[in-house]
Design a binder for this molecule. Structure first.
Ligand code: IDP
Ligand code: MG
Length: 150
C-alpha cells in the first residue's frame, strides 16, 4: 500500500468542490486515512513547494496557496500515487483529459484545484509537513476486499 498527500487547494474550497473531489477519490477505491482544514502560512508553503523555488511561477504559487484555507488529506491505496495523479489529470487543465478532476473542473494551471505528491519520497516528506503520526488513522475497511484483489 502506498500513501500520498493530497491538498484540495483554495480554489476547490472557494468553488465548493471539496465533496465532488473527495467523492471522486473515494469512488476510485482510495482510502482516506487523515484529513484536516488549515490555512497554510508562507513558511509551510515554501517548504511544501521547495522543489519549485527557482521557477518563475513560485511567488504566484505561494501567494495562491496561502490565499485562503485548504483541505489536506492522506490517501492510501494500491499504487495510490499513480491512482490519485491519474484521477487529478495533467498539471495544466487545458491539457488535462476529460474525465479527470482538472480536465472537468478547471481552466488555469495556477488554479488547478488539487495537489498530489509525485513520488513515494515526496509523499513521505509532504505527509510529515502536514500531519503528526497520531493524526493518521489505522483502520480496516470492510469494502476493501471488493476493491483490491488478494
Ligand atoms: P503538479 O501539481 O501537477 O504536481 P507541479 O509541476 O508539481 O504540478 O507544479 C506545482 C504547481 O505549480 C501546479 O499544480 C500548478 O498549480 C503550479 N504551476 C506549475 N507550472 C506552472 C506554470 O507554468 N505557471 C503557473 N503555475 C504553475
Ligand atoms: Mg507536483
Amino acid at each position: 500500500m502506498d500513501r500520498i498527500l493530497v491538498l484540495l487547494k483554495p480554489d476547490a474550497i472557494q468553488r465548493g468542490f471539496c465533496g465532488e473531489i473527495i467523492g471522486r477519490l473515494e469512488k476510485r477505491g482510495l482510502k482516506i486515512i487523515a484529513m484536516k482544514m488549515l490555512h497554510m502560512d508562507r513558511d509551510l508553503a515554501r517548504k511544501h513547494y521547495a522543489a519549485h523555488t527557482e521557477k518563475a511561477f513560485f511567488q504566484g504559487l505561494i501567494d495562491f496557496i496561502t490565499s485562503s484555507p485548504l483541505v489536506a488529506l492522506v490517501v492510501e491505496g494500491q499504487n495510490a500515487i499513480e491512482s490519485v495523479r491519474s484521477t487529478m489529470g495533467a498539471t495544466d487543465p487545458q491539457h488535462a483529459s476529460s474525465g479527470t478532476i482538472r480536465g472537468d473542473m478547471a481552466q488555469s494551471v495556477g488554479q488547478n484545484l488539487i495537489h498530489g505528491s509525485d513520488s513515494k519520497e515526496a509523499a513521505a516528506t509532504e505527509i510529515n509537513l502536514f500531519f503528526s503520526n497520531e493524526e493518521i488513522m489505522d483502520y480496516q475497511r470492510e469494502l476493501d476486499r471488493w476493491v483490491i484483489e488478494s
